[in-house]
Design a protein around this ligand. Structure first.
Ligand code: SR1
Length: 363
C-alpha cells in the first residue's frame, strides 16, 4: 500500500497537520541553530527549498498528551528531525485537556503555521479545527487521530499488527486457553484499533476468557493501572496473562504482578518500548515477556518529514502506516540489549528512513 509505495520511491508525498490541547499547556519552540550548516543535498537534482534553507519554516506540533516514555521519545525524534531540516517546531500539549488541545490547534491555524502536526486527540474535539486548517490551506499531518478530512495526511503505527503480534505471543505461551486481564481505555484511536483485534481474537479463541477489564490514561497512568490491576488480580486469582497494549499499561501491570508475587503465574503482553521498558522487561523474574512496537522516536521523525514534504508541495499520503516488530524478553536478554539504541541496531526494521524521505535532506 502507500507505505510500500513510499519504500520504493525516491521522492515523497505531502500532508497537513494539526491538533488540540489541554490544561497547563506549555509551549516550547525548537529552532534550528543559526550556525547550522545548510542541509546536505541527497540528490544533485533536488536542492534545498529556499524557505527551508533560510530557516523560515514553522511547524506547529499540537499534542493531546506529553507524559510517559512513548510521548517523550516521540517528541525527541520530532525535534531532532526538525533541527536537521532547519524547521522551527512550535510544541504545545493539552496534557489530557481536550478542549485546550483544540484551542491550541485553532491558534496554530490563526498564527499561520506553515504546517501543523496533530499528535493524538479525540475526533470530536480536534476535527472542527482540522477542518479550519484544511480550509485555510494549512498542510496537516494527523498522528493517531482520525483527521476527518481527506486533505490531511493520516500517520499511524500499524495498530492491528501491534495487537496481532502481542496476542500471537500470548496465544503461543498460553496454548490459547486461560483467564486474561485486559487493559484498555476507549476513545484513543490506536487503542481502539488494538481493541478491534482483541475482540476478534476472543471470538477466534474461545478458550481465552477476559475475566476483567481495567484502564486509565492520565499523567500517572502506570501507577493508576498498577492499583487497578492489583485489585483485579486479587478478585480473579486464576489470571495467567495480561494483555496491556500500551507501555504505561504494561508497566503498571508489571508493578501489580510483582507486588502480589505472581511472577511465576502471570505473563504480560504489551506494546511500545523505551530504554526504561527494556529495563523492566529484562529485570530478574519480570512478568513482561513480549511487546509489539515501533521505535517511537522514528515515528516522531516521520511526522516532521511528512510535514516538511507538504510544505514543499511534495505529495504525501493520504496515509502513512508504520509497521511494528515483536520484541521479546528472551530476545532482549539473549542479545544483551539494554537500551533503544542497541535495540534498533538489532532490529533495523524499526528504522524506516524511506518513509516520507525528504529528497533534499542528508541520507
Ligand atoms: C493513550 S494512546 C497510547 C498509544 O499511543 C501510541 O500509539 C502508542 O503506541 C501508545 O501505545
Amino acid at each position: 500500500m502507500i507505505h510500500a509505495r513510499l519504500l520504493g520511491a525516491s521522492l515523497l508525498l505531502g500532508v497537513l497537520a494539526l491538533a488540540g490541547c489541554s490544561q497547563g499547556t506549555s509551549t516550547t519552540t525548537t529552532s534550528a541553530p543559526s550556525s547550522a550548516p545548510a542541509a546536505p543535498v541527497a540528490s544533485p537534482a533536488v536542492s534545498v527549498p529556499a524557505k527551508f534553507a533560510a530557516g523560515g519554516v514553522r511547524v506547529a506540533l499540537i499534542r493531546q498528551l506529553s507524559s510517559g516514555d512513548y510521548f517523550e521519545q516521540w517528541l525527541a525524534g520530532a525535534q531532532a528531525e526538525a533541527q536537521a531540516l532547519k524547521i522551527t517546531l512550535e510544541v504545545s500539549s493539552g496534557d489530557g485537556n481536550n478542549d485546550k488541545q483544540a484551542l491550541n490547534l485553532e491558534q496554530a491555524v490563526q498564527q499561520k503555521a506553515d504546517a501543523i502536526i496533530v499528535d493524538h486527540g479525540f475526533a470530536d474535539t480536534v476535527q472542527p479545527a482540522i477542518k479550519k486548517a484544511a480550509d485555510a490551506g494549512v498542510p496537516l499531518v494527523a498522528f493517531d487521530v482520525d483527521p476527518g478530512t481527506p486533505e490531511a495526511v493520516a500517520l499511524t503505527q500499524d495498530d492491528h499488527q501491534i495487537a496481532e503480534l502481542a496476542l500471537g505471543a500470548l496465544k503461543a505461551d498460553t496454548g490459547g486457553t486461560g483467564d486474561v486481564l485486559y487493559v484498555y481505555v476507549s476513545g484513543f484511536a490506536p487503542l481502539d484499533r488494538r481493541n478491534e483485534v482483541w475482540t476478534q481474537f476472543k471470538k477466534d479463541n474461545p478458550g481465552i476468557k477476559e475475566v476483567a477489564q481495567i484502564g486509565v490514561v492520565n499523567n500517572s497512568t502506570a501507577s493508576a493501572v498498577a492499583d487497578q490491576a492489583k485489585a483485579a488480580l486479587q478478585a480473579n486469582p486464576g489470571v495467567k496473562a495480561i494483555f496491556a497494549p500500551y507501555d504505561e499499561f504494561a508497566k503498571g501491570a508489571a508493578i501489580a504482578v510483582k507486588e502480589l508475587g505472581l511472577q511465576d503465574q502471570i505473563k504480560i503482553y504489551g506494546a511500545d518500548i523505551s530504554t526504561a521498558d527494556i529495563g523492566v522487561m529484562t529485570e530478574p523474574n519480570s512478568p513482561w515477556v513480549a511487546t509489539a512496537t515501533t521505535d517511537p522516536s522514528n515515528v516522531g521523525r516521520i511526522a516532521v518529514r511528512a510535514a516538511a514534504l507538504l510544505v514543499a508541495g511534495e505529495p504525501v499520503g493520504p496515509e502513512l502506516k508504520i509497521p511494528p516488530a515483536l520484541v521479546t524478553q528472551k530476545q532482549l536478554r539473549d542479545g544483551g540489549i539494554a537500551n533503544i539504541e542497541q535495540l534498533t541496531g538489532a532490529v533495523p526494521e524499526l528504522t524506516t528512513p524511506d518513509v516520507a524521505r525528504v529528497p533534499w535532506a542528508a541520507q
